[in-house]
Design a protein around this ligand. Structure first.
Ligand SMILES: Cc1cc2nc3c(=O)[nH]c(=O)nc-3n(C[C@H](O)[C@H](O)[C@H](O)COP(=O)(O)OP(=O)(O)OC[C@H]3O[C@@H](n4cnc5c(N)ncnc54)[C@H](O)[C@@H]3O)c2cc1C
Length: 641
């Protein structure tokens, strides 16, 4: 009997299990039974982030048809493809997919019955899907592989590189031939940059919330008083969740105004006053809620494997913005213009083959390409301009805060309208091309040829933030809600380049933005409205903390003569996701694997979209195959069972 412990039973742990189920028949001989132990304090499948016990107001920022846990014919994996339903397909035909079990919560049942493929489901609906995916993965295991679920936290792992591992969890130990850490989104002690605000809040009896997962903070938010002025620093997804919980979650309601999709907010009187600001000063772009109007673009065309090979062959240190981004930008531009020329040819002035022939020949930032676009795409609103998108309020100076509110409402209305209008489906073409970049990016990063400063400032600093701003925004209805809250005076915008200072004599925070010079808002609560960024050195996860203290895991550090960048990520071998172990001279630990957002294999933190050859599936498949091979190769005498 061989034994595997998977620590973390969220989407990643479940995805790994699905790949083990798919590959075991081929790689694990029938006379080598495998016992899998899955450990998580939260329910298997959903795990912590997607557990049912969270506010029903929280939604996905993906459409139901864009979320899948199953491989399809586009997946370039070594193991077998095992198709399965997307969230949308499963919701529609649940009874057809074994093992069927009625969803317990009547509200989720009702939601799933009505769920349209282009709806943005509640997180609870996704929780139900993940629960089913987990049960299906277990049902699909061959007879010689079994699973036992343990509800608990793993505190420590020890054991030699060439022998069984002992896994210590609440109330016992497990012995395993191999351990996989799919720990996901983790907490770390607050970054020192929040310490001063936390101490200030404690000193003055004020409310300060460091970055947190919305799933976990409903109770905490009750400490914010009705009418209390609160500054929310951040306008991304965490901010959207917080605004929902502090408005609708406090009994307010939205109703249609009768004017198109516009909403009116009916306050309960228990809401605080929410002052929203960030560096850009505007919310993330709305998600589109339509499909491509033309044929899908054959991606990738420019930022493909050959482009990465060519970059790596140059032999000189690379910088993302200078050396890589131009071909990434050209790829996104290709997705955008492919859709524009195919779906809306009446707004273009050249036949597509002619445009493409010239587009192929010029660099993204070349004057020739700018001239081509100016000639072929007459309306500037149909052209893609990354710099304008990145800094929408740059240089804007307004005389009053009321002008700022009107300006922001205009911006948000235009964004919500545009992203709901299939006439602008080129935006969706660009979005899909943006996602396709993740097919090559991990390999480029793993080659460690970018300078340390570029990884710090341009990859982890700029690119991932910009990606989220463009591609991880809220569904359109959230922006309509934000507009209604702004009209009702519950939400106030602070503008761009927001600064928050502590005023010791009054014990209040003073927030000001660059867009209305001289204007300051006073607040008695400060919320860091963005998702936590895990850092290994400050981790609060017991098992990672122990491994780190024992010198058995290592933070990814990218350094060169000019700069040292500590990414906070746990270093793994990019080929099969085994943990790099400093005690083994920096070699991968033969019996320890780690997958997911806490690791150095940077990927888009998102569910796979059907038919996109998702890198997550490829990683899961490679890791599952490597660990099954390792288990099959163990000498019988060395097995734990
Ligand atoms: C708030 C939020 C919203 C998101 N919304 C979307 C969305 O709408 N659409 C989309 O495509 N993507 C979304 N994502 C991204 C993606 O869905 C997540 O990245 C996904 O949850 C990752 O799955 P995971 O299993 O790697 O991590 P997690 O979901 O964090 O699961 C990891 C599991 O490991 C367990 N664990 C950790 N440490 C231990 C331990 N020591 N012992 C035992 N168990 C342990 C945890 O309890 C947890 O259940 C969202 C992410 C977040 C954080």
């Amino acid at each position: 009997m061989t034994s595997l412990v998977i620590v973390g039973a969220g989407p990643r742990g479940t995805g790994l299990l699905e790949r083990i189920a798919a590959n075991a028949a081929e790689l694990l001989p029938a006379d080598r039974p495998l016992e899998i132990h899955l450990v998580d304090p939260y329910p298997p499948g959903a795990g912590r982030i997607w557990r049912h016990e969270q506010s029903p107001l929280l939604r996905m920022n993906s459409m139901a048809e864009d979320v899948t846990m199953f491989t399809d014919e586009r997946a370039t994996i070594e193991g077998p493809v095992r198709p399965g339903p997307s969230l949308a397909e499963w919701a529609l035909r649940q009874r057809e997919f074994a093992p069927y079990r009625e969803v317990a919560d009547p509200a989720v049942r009702a939601e799933l019955r009505e769920l349209a493929p282009t709806d943005f489901p509640t997180r609870r609906a996704q929780s139900a899907y993940l629960d089913w995916v987990f049960r299906r993965a277990v049902a699909d295991l061959p007879a010689h592989v079994t699973v036992t679920v343990h509800r608990g936290t793993v505190r420590r792992i020890d054991g030699p590189a060439d022998g069984p591992q002992t896994v210590h969890l609440d109330g016992g130990t497990l012995t395993a031939d191999h351990v996989a850490l799919t720990l996901g989104h983790l907490d770390s002690a607050p970054h020192p940059r929040y310490a001063a605000d936390a101490a200030f809040a404690a000193r003055h009896g004020r409310f300060h919330l460091p970055p947190a997962y919305s799933t976990d903070i409903e109770a905490e938010l009750a400490r914010i008083a009705p009418g209390e002025p609160v500054v929310l620093r951040g306008l991304g997804l965490a901010s959207v969740d917080l605004v929902a919980m502090l408005t609708e979650g406090r009994g307010g309601r939205f109703e249609p105004t009768g004017d198109g999709p516009a909403l009116r907010y009916l306050p309960s009187g228990r809401e605080p006053v929410l002052h929203l600001g960030s560096r850009r000063g505007v919310p993330y772009h709305s998600k589109t809620d339509y499909r491509l109007q033309g044929p899908p673009a054959p991606l990738p065309r420019y930022f493909d494997a050959a482009a990465v090979d060519a970059l790596l062959a140059t032999g000189r240190p690379l910088e993302l913005r200078r050396d890589v981004w131009p071909s990434m930008a050209k790829e996104i531009g290709f997705g955008h213009y492919h859709e524009l020329f195919h779906a809306h040819p009446e707004r273009t002035a050249l036949p597509w083959p002619q445009f493409l022939d010239r587009y192929d020949r010029h660099g993204w930032y070349s004057p020739e390409l700018a001239a081509l676009v100016a000639e072929a795409v007459p309306d500037p609103g149909d052209r893609i301009d990354f710099e304008r998108l990145d800094h929408p309020l740059a240089g804007l100076r307004l005389g009053s805060t009321e002008e700022l509110q009107a300006q922001l409402r205009g911006y948000i209305t235009a964004d919500a309208d545009r992203h709901a209008d299939p006439a602008h489906s080129a935006d969706l073409g660009a979005f899909l091309a943006l996602l396709s970049l993740f097919g090559q990016l991990p390999r480029l990063l793993a080659a460690r040829r970018l300078t340390a400063r570029s990884v710090a400032e341009e990859v982890d600093g700029w690119f991932f933030g910009y990606f989220n701003f463009l591609a991880s925004g809220p569904p359109g209805f959230r922006l309509r809600q934000l507009l209604a809250l702004s009209e009702a005076g519950v939400v106030r915008f602070l503008g761009a380049d927001v600064r928050v200072e502590r005023d010791e004599p009054t014990g209040t925070w003073r927030a000001s933005g660059a867009t209305v010079p001289g204007h300051t808002v006073t607040a008695t609560a400060l919320v860091e409205a963005y998702l936590p960024k895990h850092a290994l050195a400050r981790t609060l996860d017991p098992v990672l903390g122990e491994l780190h203290r024992a010198g058995r895991v290592v933070e990814e550090v990218v350094s060169d003569a000019e700069h040292t960048h500590r990414s906070g990520l746990v270093t793994i071998d990019p080929s099969d996701s085994r943990l790099i172990d400093p005690a083994l001279g920096g070699a991968p630990h033969p019996r320890r694997t780690a997958l997911g957002p806490h690791t150095s294999l940077r990927a888009a933190a998102a569910f796979a979209r059907p038919r996109t050859n998702s890198p997550g599936f490829r990683q899961n498949d490679a890791a599952a195959r490597a660990l099954l091979r390792a288990l099959a190769a163990l000498p019988a005498a060395a097995l734990v069972g």
